[in-house]
Design a protein around this ligand. Structure first.
Ligand SMILES: Nc1nc2c(c(=O)[nH]1)N[C@H]1C(S)=C(S)[C@@H](COP(=O)(O)O)O[C@H]1N2
Ligand SMILES: [Mo]
Length: 539
């Protein structure tokens, strides 16, 4: 009896095995595809911000969304192992999804690919919707998912539509199916490549993530230097903000504080590794480390920081209680030489600012800051050490992640943004802003409390006026001033009449200078002009 023939016509053992790929290979394809998608997504994300990793973003979202009871129970049961347990659980689920995706995928029926696309969309959404995330955070995951789909298509393609399978019967005997058997060689090469991609991307992601994780862990355990009572920021007086819903708080929360920098990836530098080198036109070069800095007497000061790129009415301004050390004292220890007029500061990522030495030594609260609102500096606000200089826009003064100070001269050095056409000295211009009611709010006729803020750091705010349509300028009610270096809140009782109305605001600084109406763009010295808002008032 011809066994070969019997098998071909029978239930299909030998040659048939050559045609229809075994389940294990299909499942493996799915697992490898999911692995490629995840590891690539993670590695690309880690190059910017590890929190954008699909894996970590999903895990973090699960933690955030878990009902408190569940969270407590798992922490109770698993102790501090709850996060690893979650990650392991997530990995098992992904492994299963990979197996299912592989088993479902057919060359002409890409159901497994669809599963990976869904997985990618879930990861991308989780990343983009993280509290500090942005739509851009979806990109690493989507790229990873795209490569994952390609991987699955190639692997399954090799399993189903290969050239003649090695080791199968000669074509003459089992034609025509032999030419469509699995291409084992191609499958193995592709699978091996996928494993290599997963290993390389995984290792990259872990290496990039570890540095950031080190910094996060260090910051969590970091104790800010103690501030003696006499060095605490003066208390914030009662009534510092008007009593009305929706007014801007006097102190800006760390999470709400605007962020501006050129860093694609938030620089990761530990306090342990941090050094500040003070050199250039000085009598003595100094190298300061964290312990050397924090052994000094710390101060706490409330200062309003502003970005030169802030448009009229914009939000690139915020106020925080900064903990730090007087820059003037550190400069005095180095001893600037006569003729020096600039401090060129450099961050760990190579960004520079040129600050007039005068602004750092004239008695204002210029700080080398380590704390923000009682917390160590958030990573994106300059951890572990940054500068805060009242009265100057951030681009000439507020260097984050600062590691180098060169005392020099304006005619010998220039800094990052001045090289790109922005002004050299960067004093903050007087500005005022309407914060409530919200833009285009629908209002009812009658009393409407209008409120906002105004700032002119180093000069202070003496007066704020509001104008309704083409009416006269009327004084707004000023909340108490905290200091020359902080914004001042104001409110205005408006007897609103039905119709469409435009309100303008203008401030007068402590020198009696009225904010100019002239509209100027942010480049090169900061925007000017009066802020306005239009409201519809119904009867
Ligand atoms: N290293 C570094 N520091 C920087 C910048 C930067 O790009 N890199 N931008 C500056 C600018 S333009 C501003 S307005 C402030 C903003 O500080 P914040 O992000 O903490 O609000 O940081 C300043 N410090
Ligand atoms: Mo800025």
């Amino acid at each position: 009896m011809n066994t070969a023939e019997a098998h071909t016509t029978g239930s299909g053992q030998g040659p048939r095995r050559g045609r229809r790929p075994i389940a294990a290979a299909r499942a493996l394809s799915g697992v490898l595809a999911v692995g490629v998608a995840l590891s690539l997504g993670h590695a690309i994300a880690a190059a910017f911000d590890t929190a954008a990793s699909p894996f970590l973003a999903v895990a973090d979202s699960v933690v955030d969304r878990a009902p408190a009871a569940v969270r407590e129970m798992t922490i109770d049961k698993l102790g501090t192992a709850d996060k690893p347990a979650l990650l392991i659980g997530l990995s098992v689920i992904l492994l299963l999804i990979g197996i299912v995706a592989g088993l479902l995928e057919r060359p002409r029926r890409p159901i497994g690919s669809a599963v990976i696309v869904v997985l990618g969309v879930v990861g991308a959404l989780a990343a983009a919707l993280r509290p500090n995330g942005s739509p851009l955070w979806a990109l690493p995951t989507l790229l990873g998912a795209a490569v994952g789909v390609v991987t699955l298509r190639l692997l399954v393609g090799a399993l189903y539509r290969g050239r003649q399978a090695s080791g199968s019967a000669p074509p003459a005997e089992s034609a025509p199916s032999a030419t469509t058997g699995p291409d084992r060689r191609r499958f193995l090469i592709l699978a091996g490549s996928a494993v290599a991609v997963i290993a390389a991307a995984g290792a990259t992601g872990v290496a990039l993530g570890r540095r950031a994780a080190d910094v996060v862990a260090e910051r969590t355990g970091l104790r800010l230097p103690r501030v003696l009572p006499r060095q605490k920021a003066p208390a914030v007086p009662a009534g510092i903000v008007p009593e009305a819903p929706g007014v801007t708080p006097f102190l800006t929360g760390n999470d709400e504080f605007y962020r501006i920098d050129t860093a694609l990836r938030v620089p990761a530098i530990t306090a342990r590794d941090w050094r500040l080198r003070i050199h250039g036109m000085v009598e003595r070069e100094i190298e300061l480390d964290w312990d050397g800095l924090t052994a000094r007497e710390a101060q706490e000061r409330i200062v309003t920081l502003t970005c030169v790129s802030n448009e009229v009415g914009g939000g690139l301004v915020g106020t925080a209680a900064w903990t730090g050390f007087p820059i003037a004292d550190l400069l005095a220890e180095a001893g600037p030489l006569p003729g020096a007029d600039m401090l060129l500061s450099t961050s760990v990522d190579g960004w520079t600012a040129g600050t007039p030495l005068e602004a750092l030594t004239d008695g204002r609260d210029a700080l080398l800051a380590v704390g923000m609102n009682g917390q160590p500096l958030p990573l994106e606000h300059g951890y572990p050490v940054r500068q805060i200089v009242p009265g100057l826009y951030g681009y000439v003064s507020a260097t984050k992640w600062v590691i180098d100070w060169e005392v020099t001269r304006f005619d010998q050095a220039s800094a990052y943004w001045t090289d790109r056409g922005w002004g050299e000295r960067g004093p903050i211009r007087t500005a005022s802003r309407i914060d409530r009611p919200a833009p285009l709010a629908e209002l009812e006729a009658g009393l409407v409390v209008v409120a906002g803020t105004a700032w002119a750091q180093r000069r202070g705010i003496d007066r704020v006026e509001v104008r309704v349509d083409d009416g006269p300028w009327t004084d707004a009610r000023l909340s108490p001033a905290y200091s020359l270096d902080t914004w001042r809140m104001w409110s205005f009782d408006w007897d609103a009449e039905p119709g469409l109305h435009t309100l303008h605001v203008r401030a007068t600084d402590g020198r009696g200078e009225v904010q100019t109406e002239q509209r100027r763009p942010t480049v090169p010295d900061g925007a000017t002009g009066w802020h306005n808002r239009t409201f519809r008032v119904t009867a």
